[in-house]
Design a binder for this molecule. Sequence first.
Ligand SMILES: Cc1cc2nc3c(=O)[nH]c(=O)nc-3n(C[C@H](O)[C@H](O)[C@H](O)COP(=O)(O)O)c2cc1C
Length: 317
Amino acid sequence: MQPSFYVRDVPVYGDVILAPMDGISDMPFRILCRAYGSAMSYTEFTNAAGILHGADRVMRMLDYDPSEKPAMTFQIYDADEDRIVAAAEKIEALKPDIIDLNMGCSVPGVSGRGAGAGLLRDPDKIGRIFNRLTKAVKVPVTGKIRLGWDQESKNYKTVAKVLEDNGASLIAVHGRTRCMAYGGNADWSAIAEIKQTVKIPVIGNGDVKTPGDIAKIKAQTGCDAVMIGRAAIGNPWIFQRKNREEITLDDVVTMMRRHLKLMLDYYGIAGLTLFRKHAVRYINGVYGASELRHALVRCETPEQFEEIVGQAQAQNE
Ligand SMILES: Cc1cc2nc3c(=O)[nH]c(=O)nc-3n(C[C@H](O)[C@H](O)[C@H](O)COP(=O)(O)O)c2cc1C
């Protein structure tokens, strides 16, 4: 199989990618999405200060499975240049294929202190960070951005050029500003402008909900790959370019069993509680979803889970 594109020297096989999502894109969910066709793996964003402290909770977010290679990407965030570089140097020892800097997080506690999308207000600083990062580590360094801080300060073309000029190997673009958070619509035409501006690969992201949207964003932007966040939750079939309408209750139950097993194997019994937020999304649109949801969020043992999904299947026959 030919790679779809390269992140410098790292081959990427495929053009649809699970987005980094804090609290969602942990190792179990990434393994599942990879098995269904996600072409890269991004960790949830990890705080550079936490990495330098060696905080267990943060270091655990950097666990990955061999099936996630190539293109296993560690994402970090911070506002402090020295900490970002030192954290990247430290985690390179864990052998990721790629290190990514988050410049897209809109949450006030992050962007308000100059990290995440807060970095977009200072393209010179982004340039300095990438200049240092790309010299400090051997693996390719990439960036995930938004279009700018707000409507009045959209500087995505400047930022994209600064990234390329300072050694970045790929740019992922969420087509919204920081101030839009998740409101309004993602602007795919801005992603097309970025693709025209730089030679390095560009990943388009924002509001891709169906296989039809994957084709549309590719055609409209010319992007090298498409990143999917919210529409992948409870829906790894999207990486096979399958519409949700094609998925049967049996498919849903099989997927939930597989996902829950991955979570129990990784987290122990705590995995069952963590699985709830996925479970409610898997059953979206399923016949009898509200009763099923009610039962699943109260379920306390794997045996109870089996009983609940078994009953749902029996009722569906
Ligand atoms: C719950 C949640 C957590 C997120 N966490 C991260 C993160 O850790 N790092 C990051 O770069 N983006 C994060 N994002 C943004 C997504 O990667 C993506 O850019 C955004 O959701 C838009 O894509 P979508 O329309 O396909 O959801 C998060 C989004 C959501 C909904």
